[in-house]
Design a protein. Sequence first.
Length: 318
Amino acid sequence: MSLTDKLSIIVVGYGRWGRNHAATLKEIPNARLVAVVDIDERASREAAENLQVKAYSNVDEVLEKETFDAATVATPPYTHADIAVKLIEAQKHVYVEKPFGFSAYDALRIKEAAEEAGVTVMPGFSQRYIPVFKAFAENVKAFGRPRLVTAIRESKGWFWSGPRIGIIPEQGIHGLDLALQVAGSPPSEVAAFIVERKPRVDEMAEIIVRHKSGTITEVKCLFGAPRWNDSASAICEEGEVIADRIGRSLTIKDKEGKRDSRIIFEDEGNFLKPALKDFIDSVLRGEEPPIKLDEGVRNWRVCDAAYKASQKSLVVKL
C-alpha cells in the first residue's frame, strides 16, 4: 500500500469518543470508513444511518462479513485487549484508545500479538497532538536534559461508571504519557500516594518516577477540583518550558534570562484527527507509528507500579 491508496477501516465502540473516531475518519482523505460495531444495537443503527456505513453488534460478525484493513478500538478499557487481540490475529492493523488495556498484562498481550502477526498497532495517546502539548515536547528537547518534569490534571467533575481501573490510567494517563515522553529516559523507580473517596473509588493521586538518566517526573491528578487544570512543566539543564492547555499558552525561559517568551495558541481543534492520520499513514507506508507499542506498555507498567507503591508504602523498582 502507499499514501495514494485508501485504508478501509472500522470503528469498534460508538460511545461518546467512538462517535468522534467515526466522524473524524470520514474527514481523512485516505481512509474509507466501512462499518461501526457496538453491542448497543441502537447506537450501531444510528451510526449506520448518520454515516452511511454498515452496522454490527460484535467483532466476530464484522470479521465474518466485511473485508477491511484496519480498526480503531474505542470501547471501555476493560474490553481493549480482547477486542484488539482478536482483530490483530485476523491480520488487521489496530489503533487502540488510551489507556491501552486494563493493566500492564493487557498491554503486553496486545504488543506480543501485534509482533507475532506483523501488523501495525498504535496506542491512542492522542493528547500528544494537542498543539500546546506538542509544542511543549518539541521545545523541551532544545534545553538539554530534563531535570524535573511535572504534569497536572485536575477535573471539576467525577467520571465513575462501569468497571473502573483507577484515577491514574483513566484520568491521569495523558499527563503521565506526556511526562514520560519528554523525560527521554526509561523509568527505573516509582513511588505514589493515592487517596480513595470510598473503597475502590480514587479521588486523587500523585506519582513520582525516577528515570535512569536521573530525571524525576511528577504526575498529579484530582477529581472534584474547584477548577479545571491541564498543564505540564519541565525544568531542564538549559531552561524551563511551561504548557497550560486551559490557557492555551506555552512559556519558554532560558537559564540566562535572555529568552522569556509566551506563545498563545488558537483553539486546539480536533486533536484526534492528526493522531488517526498518523496511524493511517504509518499503515500505508509500512512504517512504525509515531507512538510505539513499548510506550503503551511502559505507561501501564508505571501505573501498576504506582498502585503497588501506594498500597504497600514502598518504592517499586522497574
